[in-house]
Structure formats: structure tokens, C-alpha cells
Design a protein around this ligand. Sequence first.
Ligand code: HEM
Length: 306
Amino acid sequence: MPREQAGVCAEGNLHGLYLLFNAEEQAEPALRGVLAEIAAWLQASVDQNADSAFNGFVAVGANYWDTLYPEARPANLRPFPSFEQEDRKAPVQPVDLFIHIRSDRVDINHVAAMEVCHRLTGLVQLVEEVRSFRYLDNRDLTGFVDGTENPQGVHRREVALVGGEDEAFRGGSYIHVQRYQHNMDRWNGISLKQQEDTIGRTKVENIEYVGQDKPLTCHIKRTNLKDEQGNSMEILRQSMPYGTMKEQGLFFISCCRTPVHFEAQLKSMIHGDGQGHYDHLLNFTQAVTGAAFFAPSLDFMECAAE
Ligand code: HEM
């Protein structure tokens, strides 16, 4: 069984640091080696920094994959989907590389990011750096607990990691990233009941609304989807709050064995159910970036670097 990168299925942390890079022209031969080394270094750092629950992963952009690894492509790797209806948009900003670093210490994340940037010197341009943090008891900045219905225990791996359906990419994961910017004034301007109706759960106690009370426009109604066989279309969310007083929100991250689930959920949020019931959470937050990646197994990266 190929070894997956530890950060894909990791349990939550107190702090995150995300680095998004575009590659320089002709950097591929060197990058293949350096990325494999970075992924191995992040993996080794998991044990060295066990006290701070360090973890991380390296993911390669859907639009850059063939340039970096021309010999094989994950079966379902495709660009970030483009959805738009009325003022609801999911902007697409393809990026070549995404390095995900997390631990319970800001200083350890910072040192890891310095090491990553040092190893990538001359091969990439930094497009975006975002630092995230745990807010209260795993809440989003809206004040609602985020991640409650995430898969738990061994089920995280079943949801997030490619299996025998694509043998060459077993242990890898389809990653979707969106940086959401919240309109906190607008959100804080509605009542507690209106906020709870927007999510479909109570705020303080985090209790799910019972079926008939769930508005068709609430976030969990729009994202809790089933496929044609009636199976839950699950994703593993690794999102965390980020921000400053100028700009703040959720750095949304989905890890899954298929891109289909995230795409269906995002479509359902923006386009709704065909009867005008779109996700009313989008009245209070707006995605400002969106990119699709694949986080290959450590073994794939090692072999491809040879
Ligand atoms: C559930 C917040 C974006 C997929 C939730 C919950 C909250 C939340 C508070 C309920 C608790 C939980 O189960 O985690 C947010 C915020 C977002 C955002 C603040 C953006 C600003 C998204 C996006 C997707 C998504 C873009 C996928 C395209 C889900 C799913 C659930 C969920 C699958 C679980 C639904 C269930 O089974 O009950 N989200 N979310 N979320 N969200 Fe989001």
C-alpha cells in the first residue's frame, strides 16, 4: 500500500500555514526531485514534532500536473469547476503547487515554511501565503462549529484517499481549495435565529435541525448530498479560519478520493436545487480564490523523481 502524505487525513490543529506557488518555466526536472524531498521532509517532521502534532502535504495543480508528471495522470484530475449564478460566483485561480503545513505551534509552522521556501528557491514564485488558526472550539468566524459531520477515525481515509479504482494513484487525494471572505458586518446584522436557519444547526449547542425544520436554503441541506445509488457523497474538510481586520473568513479545503463530491456540493450551493433554493450562507461570504490539486502518495513522488 503506497504511503499517503500525513496531512491529508490529519486530525485538526491549532494553526495552519498555506503556501501557493507557481512554477518557473523549465523547472520540472529539478522540481520533481525537490518536491519529493519536501514531502519526505514534511513526513519526517511529523515524528520530530510529534508534541505539536505537525503534519503537511504537497499537492500539484490540475493545470500543471501534465507539465510536471507527463507520464501519468490521476484518472479524475480536472480543473476547478466554474460555477456562477446571479451574484454567486466561484472564481477560479489555477495555481501550480499547494503546500499545506499544520501544527499546534505557530513557530514550528513558520520554520517549516522557511525550509520549504528555501528548498524551492529559484524554482517557483510565491502566489499566496495564508495563516489560519483554530477559533474557539473548532468554530468558523460565523461562530458555528465547523467540521462536526466530517468523517471520523478510519473512515477519514476511506473518504479522502484514492483506492484500488486508480491503482497508480492509490493513497493520493483530490484537493479543492477556496479562500472565502466573510462579510462579518452583514452576518452580525441578522438575528441568531436567521443565522441558525442559514446553517441548519443551532449556534451555541451545535445541534442539527430536524428534517422538517431544515430550510432548503440552509448550508447543510445544500451540501449533504446523496448519489444515484443513495450513498452519501462525503468529503473530508480540512478548512480553518484565517484573516486580519481587513479581510477574514474561511480557508476551505476538501480532500477526497474523487472530485465529484466537492463539485456537486459547490454546484448545489451556487445553483441550488433548480427551484431557486441556493445556499444562503453565500449571502454572507464570497469565495475569492478557487483551485484544484492532487496530493500524490509519497511513493508516487519518490518514483517520479528518479
Ligand atoms: C457543514 C461552514 C463552505 C461542505 C458545515 C457546517 C458549517 C459549515 C458551520 C456545519 C457543521 C459541520 O458539519 O461541519 C462553512 C463555511 C463555509 C463552508 C463558513 C464557507 C465560508 C463549504 C463548501 C463546501 C462545504 C464550499 C463544499 C463545496 C460542507 C459539508 C458539510 C458542511 C459537506 C456537512 C453537511 C452535513 O452532512 O451535515 N459547513 N462551510 N462547506 N459543509 Fe460547509
